[in-house]
Design a protein around this ligand. Structure first.
Ligand SMILES: Nc1ncnc2c1ncn2[C@@H]1O[C@H](COP(=O)(O)OP(=O)(O)OP(=O)(O)O)[C@@H](O)[C@H]1O
Ligand SMILES: O=P(O)(O)OC[C@H]1O[C@H](OP(=O)(O)OP(=O)(O)O)[C@H](O)[C@@H]1O
Length: 221
């Protein structure tokens, strides 16, 4: 690390659904920067006074920036952490961004048991998580990686099954899909680069304690 790297704390925030709640919780503990907005075209936003740099990344890439130390810390969904499987510290569950990773099928293909779906095709943004889940149950499947609109897969015969994020259940309902198994819950997590956590321990640890106090006060409400 250069002395410049040591002076600043670089925080990665993901574009998308977690951006606003993440910027808001960081603002509550004094971590803000003028012009920090998801709509900003600027990808690095600096607060010189507080020695903070924010970087805005694509959701799926965020753990990579933290693993390589391009960002010291970041906030990202547990679903992405499980899928990307990067070498980072997960320091705190921030409890917002709650959703579930589910297996779902079209009503017409509904079977009695999960093993009845063996060897079918699974469309998903999360092939690693999906494969671990089915392997853990001894069920062999074929996995097709998609980058969005997963529910379309079964409608056009690309796959029989999907593994996707469900929040309200509205998307599944509108596309006549039925949940058949839950893989895991996911919420936003505060993560850190392994070296940064040691080199900037006091600063990062203080952030974790301040964020924990906010999360816990929210839970008591
Ligand atoms: N309804 C939801 N759909 C998707 N993600 C959700 C939902 N609710 C909470 N999340 C959480 O928000 C994170 C970011 O979701 P978002 O859809 O913004 O991801 P993205 O990959 O940036 O989207 P896109 O691929 O459309 O650019 C997810 O990884 C998940 O942890
Ligand atoms: O249960 P619900 O509240 O309906 O939310 C779940 C939907 O939201 C997400 O899609 P997103 O809007 O991120 O678009 P995508 O399909 O392009 O990933 C997810 O992939 C589901 O499709």
């Amino acid at each position: 690390m250069t002395s410049n790297d040591m002076e600043y704390l670089t925080i990665a925030l993901p574009k998308g659904k977690l951006f606003t709640p993440s910027a808001e919780i960081l603002a509550k503990i004094g971590y803000t920067a003028e012009g920090l907005s998801e709509k900003s075209r600027k990808l690095v936003i600096t607060n010189e006074e507080k020695k903070i740099k924010f970087i805005i990344t694509k959701t799926v890439d965020l753990p990579t920036y933290v693993e390589y130390g391009a960002a010291d810390i970041g906030i990202i969904g547990k679903d992405i952490l499980l899928e990307e499987n990067k070498d980072v510290y997960e320091l705190l569950d921030l409890k917002y961004g709650l959703c579930r990773l589910m297996v779902a099928v079209p009503e017409a293909l509904l079977q009695e048991k999960l093993s009845d779906y063996a060897h079918m095709r699974v469309a998903t943004k999360f092939p690693r998580v999906a494969e671990n889940f089915f392997n853990g149950k001894g069920i062999q499947m074929e996995f097709i990686k998609l980058n969005g609109s997963i529910e379309l897969g079964p409608m056009v015969g690309l796959a029989e099954i999907i593994v996707d994020i469900v929040e309200t259940g509205r998307t599944l309902k509108e596309n006549n899909l039925i949940e058949i198994a839950q893989i895991t819950n996911a919420t936003a997590r505060f993560i850190a680069n392994r070296v940064s956590f040691k080199m900037k321990f006091d600063r990062i640890n203080q952030m974790v304690e301040d964020l924990r106090a906010i999360v816990e006060s929210g839970e008591k409400k």
